[in-house]
Design a protein around this ligand. Sequence first.
Ligand SMILES: C[S@@+](CC[C@H](N)C(=O)[O-])C[C@H]1O[C@@H](n2cnc3c(N)ncnc32)[C@H](O)[C@@H]1O
Length: 244
Amino acid sequence: MSVKPYKTEKSSKKQQVANMFNNIAGKYDFLNHFLSMGIDKLWRKRAIDSLKHLKEPYILDVATGTGDLAIMANKRLGAKVTGVDISVEMLKVAEKKIKDSDLEDVIDVLEGDSENLPFSDETFDAVTVAFGVRNYENLNKGLTEMTRVLKPGGLMIILEFSRPAVFPFRQLYFFYFKKMLPFFGGMISKDKAAYEYLPESVLNFPDGETFDKELRKAGMRPVERKKQTFGIATIYVAEKQKTQ
Ligand SMILES: C[S@@+](CC[C@H](N)C(=O)[O-])C[C@H]1O[C@@H](n2cnc3c(N)ncnc32)[C@H](O)[C@@H]1O
């Protein structure tokens, strides 16, 4: 199930993932919006709007990367946000964006691993992750840690790629994902392996009900699954039970 970015290297998946995002950090935002034709912004907006009933929540954004989801959570919900990521170069881009938007008082980012989060139990009202869980070395450990730091009754929102099931979107998607995306992504980022890893990791990652099972194993109760754009991505909403 676990796919690594650089096939010939012996290092752990976590180390390789951190190196890969360090390599592409400068081009990440541009490529994200270019390769998704801007639709990733809409998906993030919908993911954050799953929390719109919360009043000024305290949110942990795991695998925050360049901070887009964290910034959106503050703008749309008035949330105070802490972001963590294992890639220092991605965090540098996030820090600059937060500073440029004058949000340093309400968003902070720090180096941190989802599989060993540096926070006390039951700290956050919600935990969010966009396009991060697929990259975890140990999915269960990452999800269990995220559950631990959530307050009872708190929500976990996970936005992740999934696989469309219906003709012709499935066929078009596979063509785009396996052929065009590695070509353009590799050319622009100069890290071809990174954009070969992207489709490969998506094809080998649990989606739909299979991912909900992973959430249950980590102690969460899946509440809703919202397919985005014919199922290219899915927003998973899960709740931490009040009595654990
Ligand atoms: C595709 S990027 C997503 C970034 C951001 N959430 C977004 O929506 O653009 C995935 C991020 O997950 C981070 N990541 C991977 N494994 C992680 C882990 N175990 N703990 C924290 N961050 C991790 C990577 O460093 C990378 O920045």
